[in-house]
Write a protein that binds this ligand. Structure first.
Ligand SMILES: Cc1cc2nc3c(=O)[nH]c(=O)nc-3n(C[C@H](O)[C@H](O)[C@H](O)COP(=O)(O)OP(=O)(O)OC[C@H]3O[C@@H](n4cnc5c(N)ncnc54)[C@H](O)[C@@H]3O)c2cc1C
Length: 441
């Protein structure tokens, strides 16, 4: 039997975490590890913190909760600060580790980290088990290689939709043989350097991080008489707690898995009957898989102006325009309301995201990468594949089969905020309406 390390990344959960369960089953003792990697503290080329306050706070809460859940089961979460390719080999040497387990991630920075780690571990003869445990689709059953991933979502969906979604794996029962990292420096989660304190008491802050919080929200949204049954009709609304699942922050941090949500939808369908809404929720989860695999296929091209198509389109790198957009000071009240909501809550509905992205790209003519970088900093649910995939799509340099997807602000206003409620709600930061109407979990 082996001594192992399980490295938690964007899978901050115990339930339905197949590589974790495997590590526990195959090992005599396991060191459970989270590393606050440098990408958490980086500043992007436009001067924004890569992990802004909303996500920092959510991450801190998620790690704290994971730590508590592990402690309840008799184990301990070791938290370190730094580069995985340095820290993990060091811990392997200290604790005489034979094997390291972790979930693979599609992001370019994450892949480089994995490559450097694999190289370092090969040097010291430590074995590795890695798998992508975050998709809905069973990737071992994909009817194509990643390099042949269809360019258009519908073709992808038709190819995978019929595949059985694997059942969820149980959480490990106990961590009694957990390796406690007494000989290394143990950094507590309060030392993660996340500048989240100011947000803890904020009325604008909607999401509480952690596996239990995510499961609670999922159960509430997918309850038999719950709002999920009318998702298809409400999903495009600009505001409202229950107009969509609002599960994205927990899915992005891996506090819950897409498969857990999928099987809960099936459970709801077995009790209340399936309808267009329950199907559509499963459909949206496939978009997440699509962008994840797309990132894996195209890598760095997802971060360049001409995107995966190599489209020649001239964008302005105009920081003055960018800041008017960020601060909700454009000529369009609807765009301003959306940007105010995003700035003050770390969240924006899908419709709102499409409206403001189209406005920045098409009406202001600003480089889409600047908008994507602001979203990266600001969104609680930031996910590298979904964010850059959706931005590139709207900028006409990604997977959209149409050349140009333009959202007319006049039409969007008429369709989604004809009576002006949303614009009034987010007219300005200090609006008393905002305080009274902020939605929360
Ligand atoms: C410009 C832009 C940037 C975006 N950036 C992100 C991001 O960083 N992280 C992120 O999770 N989503 C992103 N999205 C997708 C989408 O807006 C959010 O997933 C959704 O608004 C989250 O709210 P929800 O959980 O209520 O979604 P629901 O409508 O309830 O959908 C359920 C789940 O399906 C997935 N999903 C739904 N729509 C999409 C989509 N278009 N692409 C990928 N997955 C989807 C999400 O995991 C979501 O939680 C972006 C969309 C746009 C237009």
């Amino acid at each position: 039997m082996k001594r192992s390390i399980f490295w938690f990344r964007k899978d901050l959960r115990l339930y339905d975490n197949p590589p974790l369960l495997r590590a526990v089953a195959e090992s005599e003792s396991v060191l459970l590890l989270y590393i606050a990697t440098p990408d958490i503290y980086r500043t992007n080329p436009y001067g924004f913190k890569c992990t802004g306050n909303f996500r920092a706070k959510f991450l801190q809460e998620s790690i704290d909760e994971l730590s508590s859940l592990i402690a309840i089961k008799g184990g301990e979460l070791t938290i370190r600060n730094g580069r995985p390719e340095t820290i993990i080999p060091e811990l392997c040497a200290i604790h005489d580790i034979d094997k390291v387990y972790f979930a693979s991630e599609p992001g370019v920075w994450e892949k480089h980290t994995e490559d450097r780690l694999l190289e370092a571990l090969a040097h010291i003869n430590v074995a590795v088990h890695t798998e992508d445990s975050c998709t809905l689709t069973d990737l071992t059953k994909l009817p194509f290689n990643i390099s042949e991933l269809p360019h258009v979502f519908t073709d992808f969906r038709l190819a995978v939709e019929h595949l059985p979604v694997p059942s969820c794996t149980p959480a490990p029962e106990y961590f009694l043989s957990c390796i406690r990292n007494t000989s290394g420096i143990r950094i507590k989660s309060e030392q993660l350097k996340v500048s989240a304190n100011a947000l803890h008491r904020s009325k604008f802050n909607r999401f509480a991080g952690g596996e239990w919080q995510g499961l609670k929200r999922m159960k509430q949204y997918l309850s038999p008489d719950g709002p999920a049954l009318s998702y298809y009709d409400t999903r495009n609304n600009l505001w409202g707690t229950d107009t969509a699942s609002r599960l994205s922050p927990w899915l992005a941090a891996g506090c819950i898995s897409a498969r857990t949500v999928y099987h809960e939808i099936l459970r709801l369908e077995s009790i209340a009957g399936g309808n267009k809404s329950t199907y559509w929720l499963r459909y949206e989860l496939l978009w997440r898989d699509f962008f994840r695999l797309n990132m894996e296929k195209h890598g760095y091209k997802m971060f360049i102006e001409s995107g995966i198509k190599g489209t020649k389109r001239t964008f302005k790198n105009d920081t003055k325009l960018l800041h008017l957009w960020i601060n909700g000071q454009t000529e369009e009240p609807l765009v301003n309301a959306c940007m105010n909501e995003l700035r003050h809550t770390g969240y924006l509905s899908n419709r709102g995201r499409q409206i403001v992205a189209s406005y920045l790209i098409n009406d202001m003519g600003v480089n889409w990468l600047m908008g994507a970088a602001w979203f990266e900093s600001q969104l609680t649910d930031y996910d590298v594949s979904s964010n850059y995939g959706n931005w590139a799509y709207l900028a006409g340099v990604g997977n959209d089969p149409r050349k140009n997807r333009y959202f007319s602000i006049a039409r969007q206003t008429e369709q989604y905020d004809a009576d002006g409620t949303y614009r009034e709600l987010w007219r300005s930061r200090t609006s008393s309406h905002v305080l009274q109407s902020t939605i929360g979990n």
